[in-house]
Design a protein around this ligand. Structure first.
Ligand code: G4P
Length: 540
């Protein structure tokens, strides 16, 4: 059964710094695959205005993004699962988590801007799991950086070896098209926002005099550039790509439907099918007969009358079946799902079976948190679902004491969703919320009020970053407990966290507690091994 099903699956995400062209490329890929018929069907899920008061916009975006969270479609013989990631940088953590559920990514870079801040951060997350990356340099219809300069920048800033598979001739107004170095074909650039077929011509090699006939004096420059590329960059190797060491690079213009066909065809040819994944008890192969999977995203239902949420689960092994009993490892509970759903060309439909690589939606009444594992009975948790230190912190102030319960519940649900992280100060029980960007505070306030009836404010807190503290013996953190206890917190999993108010303060803490580790990221399902000890600290 499932062996061939699994090998047909390509589960991936398109990622980029905002505005590089992720939404445009997604749409074009859907057009080429026939999943949609007209351009404009994919709505941008980015919050365009950075105005922090744009609540309605946030709500609208949330509605749209449920429908486009996973786009599943058929291309050639393959089943493609394209996982959407939020466009706004304040929601980057959601993107990082989604990256744990994919088998590869396409990274879009704007040829005018080159590698940007978010491009680098996303790449860091890909590197953590050696995710295979294909790079699409977009907007070649505009005058941007020189291709060699762009390739150098990719290698230097993204810390990955690159290998162009196509190479552009000209750019902006003088953009003629791209030469496919491996197929010796030239795709002619004919700007069009609607046509989706590309005109190309095959040559017998760079020596082919046909190049002179077609390009005249520009043929010499093309030959020179490609020979240079061949000497500078190592040959493409499927193995180096599959292990995240080497990124093939394409040039094009998503807006003008150029370079997309080539990208998509190469993607299905080389992108990996689902692979084995690490768990707390060794590796799980996608070909294992027993079902297993993990939750990487939780989405609150936008219907305010039903507080149901949707948990997105990535199937990692075996076959998921509707109405079969599965084991929720963290809660040690048996569960059955009567109405799981799948995402087919942007619409939800009832799912009967799903295979490794697929993403399914499960209605969740509040039993899931990010990182939860479901199995057929085995007791293990999937590893590698990262949780990063927030960048902005605020102390929760309850503005309506009669709604304390609602507030507590709301905060619990919204932190389950991963919208924010909460830390409780050990000696005062003061609650601090940490987020990636200040816009999330507005989302939190808005949702706490509208979904839970709780009114809150977040008092600004001078904090630099949160560090998860790992240690073997309690005496390793004597100094922290004695002198820095006001900076010690518990996170939701009761792990010990040090919130440093400056870089100086974390450096000092590291110096004075040399046997403890201070980590700026942790994993969702790995609870501290020191629960009892931190409990003692609390009591002290
Ligand atoms: P994002 O999801 O990565 O944030 O980017 P998105 O696709 O929304 O593209 C950002 C802007 O870049 C859009 O323009 C889009 O039309 C434009 N764009 C995308 N691909 C290309 C390309 O190949 N060439 C050129 N010249 N532009 C491209 P906008 O004005 O912000 O939005 P819109 O009004 O066009 O929707």
């Amino acid at each position: 059964m499932s062996q061939s099903e699994i090998n047909k699956r390509k589960t991936f995400a398109i990622i980029s710094h905002p505005d590089a062209g992720k939404t445009t490329l997604t749409e074009k890929i859907l057009l080429y695959s026939g999943a949609i018929q007209v351009a404009g069907a994919v709505k941008s899920n980015k919050i365009r205005k950075t105005a922090t008061s744009d609540f309605l916009e946030i709500e609208k975006q949330r509605g749209i993004s449920v429908a486009t969270s996973v786009l599943s479609f058929q291309y050639k013989d393959y089943k493609i699962n394209l996982l959407d990631t939020p466009g706004h940088k304040d929601f980057a953590e959601d993107t990082y988590r989604t990256l744990t559920a994919v088998d590869s990514v396409i990274l879009v870079v704007d040829c005018v801007k080159g590698v940007e801040e978010q491009t680098e951060k996303l790449m860091q997350v890909c590197r953590m799991r050696n995710t295979p990356v294909i790079i699409f340099i977009n907007k070649f219809d505009r005058d941007g950086k020189d291709p060699v300069e762009l390739l150098d920048e990719l290698e230097a800033k993204l810390r990955i070896r690159v290998r162009p598979l196509t190479y552009p001739l000209g750019m902006g107004n003088r953009f003629k098209g791209v030469y496919n170095i491996y197929k010796n074909s030239f795709a002619f650039y004919r700007p069009s926002k609607s046509r989706i077929s590309e005109e190309s011509r095959v040559f017998s090699g760079l020596h082919d005099s046909g190049l002179d006939d077609v390009f005249g004096s520009a043929a010499a420059a093309l030959r020179h550039d490609i020979e240079l590329v061949d000497t500078i960059y190592e040959n493409f190797s499927l193995d180096a790509y599959s292990t995240g060491q080497l990124a093939p690079v394409f040039f094009g213009s998503a807006l003008n439907n150029f370079g997309v066909q080539e990208l998509l065809d190469t993607f299905v040819e080389i992108a990996p099918a689902p692979a084995s994944r690490s768990t707390t008890h060794g590796e799980v192969s996608p070909h294992d007969s027993k079902f297993s999977g993990f939750v990487f995203k939780i989405h609150a239902n936008i219907d305010p009358h039903h507080r149901n949420r949707i948990a997105f689960l990535r199937v990692c092994s075996g076959t998921f079946e509707r109405n079969k009993v599965y084991h929720h490892v963290r809660l040690n509970r048996q569960l059955k799902f009567a109405a799981p759903f799948t995402f087919l060309a942007q619409s939800k439909s009832l799912l009967e079976t799903a295979f490794a690589g697929d993403v399914i939606g499960l209605y969740d009444s509040g039993i899931f948190t990010i990182g939860d594992t479901l199995t057929e009975g085995d007791v293990f948790m999937f590893k590698g679902i990262p949780r990063f230190s927030p960048e902005v912190f605020g102390v929760i102030r309850n503005l309506d004491p009669f709604k304390s319960k609602q507030l507590e519940k709301g905060i619990r649900h919204l932190t389950d969703e991963g919208l924010a992280q909460m830390f409780v100060q050990l000696h005062s029980n003061e609650k601090v919320v940490g987020v990636v960007g200040a816009l999330q505070f507005d989302v939190l306030k808005y949702r706490l009020l509208h979904e839970y009836g709780a009114r809150v404010d977040f008092l600004p807190m001078a904090a630099f970053k949160a560090f998860w503290v790992r240690y073997d013996n309690k005496k390793d953190i004597d100094d922290l407990v004695r002198f820095r206890s006001s900076s010690l917190y518990h996170d939701k999993a009761e792990s010990l966290v040090f919130i440093a108010n400056s870089e100086y303060s974390i450096n000092l803490a590291r110096e004075n507690n040399p046997n403890a580790e201070f980590l700026s990221s942790t994993e969702h399902n790995i609870q501290t091994l020191h629960l009892q000890e931190t409990a003692q600290i609390t009591a002290a």
